[in-house]
Design a protein around this ligand. Sequence first.
Ligand SMILES: Nc1ncnc2c1ncn2[C@@H]1O[C@H](COP(=O)(O)OP(=O)(O)OP(=O)(O)O)[C@@H](O)[C@H]1O
Ligand SMILES: [Mg+2]
Length: 228
Amino acid sequence: MSAPTEPVPTPAVVIRIAAGRPVRAVWVNELGGVTFEVGGTEFVKVGDAHLLAAEEPRLRWARRYTLVPEVLAAGPGWLHTARLPGYSAVDPRWADDPQTAARAIGTGLRRLHDALPVADCPFGRPSWVPADAPPADRPVVCHGDPCSPNTLLDDDGAFSGHVDLGDLGVADRWADLAVATMSLDWNFPTGGPGGFQEILLDAYGAAADVDRIAFYRRAWDGDQPAAG
Ligand SMILES: Nc1ncnc2c1ncn2[C@@H]1O[C@H](COP(=O)(O)OP(=O)(O)OP(=O)(O)O)[C@@H](O)[C@H]1O
Ligand SMILES: [Mg+2]
């Protein structure tokens, strides 16, 4: 999953939504799904219909409590959202400043976990979280895919929002924290293994729970087509 390296054809639904405005492919995921930016103010995700159908109601629900994109429209295999201000934590502007990205990701997850009400959450656990997980340290509504690219930062490097909520659901907070810290190693390898983990956890406000981190990383690795 990364910025596209070769031209990506624009699907008919994106041409229709753009209605003459400029279109740019900004992201290709590991399943071949593509995110297009339209007119500089909107995004259209095109890809697996099942995954995008799961994301739409989660965005609509989470937006009542926290900073996630507004859904403008959706259909089979596509999801049209309004731009959330900010730049992905893996935007080149933070490449030389992983500490800023790690801090914002930790702050953002804390904001998300504090804001979303477990008791009112209509969604079950994230797809990759096993039913036989250890007793929760603290059950929260997890992001579900808390990899670095899914946190946005403002111009000053502060947390400004979350995207990619298709796997949002109730689980122990260590499900999110284990994957968020692991993802730093993929996206900011200059820190060496675990190099920026403490910064993320410090911004979140938790000390590493080594056993739960190991459990949820194994669960994630067992479920994903490839690390990235
Ligand atoms: N509404 C939005 N506002 C701002 N940025 C967005 C929005 N929607 C998508 N993006 C940008 O496009 C990128 C891809 O979107 P998203 O993460 O939802 O796609 P994905 O294909 O599910 O990602 P992944 O590869 O993590 O599975 C995001 O990292 C973000 O930079
Ligand atoms: Mg994403």
